[in-house]
Ligand binder design. Structure first.
Ligand code: DX5
Ligand code: ZN
Length: 227
């Protein structure tokens, strides 16, 4: 994967039909998404349970773009290798879930994946200051992690601006996760975000039998930000 700052849409398969992941992924890719976002939850760090490495391994062969794995789990270090072996391109861990986030980022890069650090809405931008030279992506959570379909928390726009300033000319993407819609997307891209995770806004109204709705939803986000 090479670094660039073009705006990318990363649908979260948390909003897909869980009985049909292969076809759902093929549909969103055919309809023009850039990355596929996989929300891994452990029922401990967040109050919901989702995908293990075996599921990631099973869906990997359906993904032609980028498998973007968001780990909402604690502890996290012990599972990095398993998600890397399952074919993740990007692995993101939460700063709040890792008492040794520096080591966690080293371990993700050593596994051959791009390293992402995620911040919950209450965590200040400054929390990642000493990680900036060892991360490829910063994920700003614009909802409290655990569930799709929640309301965008506006204070995260200011945090995104601050992070983009702190990053300077380092090759780091800023990803926004949660509550991204055609209404909120321009706020965060103007603030310096380049990867937009969208679950409900991409999957709403569509299905594998009506994949063109996914395309319309993706284009609605793109046209709201003029790309
Ligand atoms: C929340 C997840 C998000 C979520 C996004 O814990 O990390 O990826 O599924 O869903 P929407 O776009 O519906 O807010
Ligand atoms: Zn996510």
């Amino acid at each position: 994967m090479t670094f660039d700052r073009s705006i990318k849409i990363a649908p979260s398969i948390l909003s897909a039909d869980f009985a049909n992941f292969g076809k759902e992924i093929e549909a969103i890719e055919a309809q023009g998404c850039d990355w596929v976002h996989v929300d891994v939850m452990d029922g401990h760090f967040v109050p919901n349970l989702t995908f293990g490495p075996l599921l990631c391994d099973a869906i990997r062969k359906h993904i032609k773009t980028v498998m973007d794995v968001h780990l909402m789990i604690a502890p996290v270090d012990t599972y990095i290798e398993a998600y890397a072996a399952a074919g993740a391109d990007v692995i993101t861990a939460h700063i709040e879930a890792s008492p040794h986030a520096h080591r966690t980022m080293q371990a993700i890069r050593a596994s051959g994946c791009k390293a992402g650090i995620a911040l919950n809405p209450a965590t200040p931008a400054e929390a990642v200051e000493y990680l900036l030279d060892m991360v490829d992506l910063i994920c700003v959570m614009a909802v409290n992690p655990g569930f799709g379909g929640q309301k965008f928390i506006r204070s995260q726009v200011e945090k995104t601006k601050k992070l983009r300033q702190m990053i300077g000319d380092r090759p780091i993407n800023i990803e926004i996760d949660g509550g991204v819609t055609p209404e909120t997307a321009p706020l965060v891209t103007d603030a310096g975000a380049d990867i937009l995770v969208a679950g409900s806004a991409v999957f709403k109204g569509g299905s594998v039998d009506k994949p063109e709705v996914y395309g319309e939803n993706i284009r609605a986000i793109r046209s709201a930000i003029g790309c």
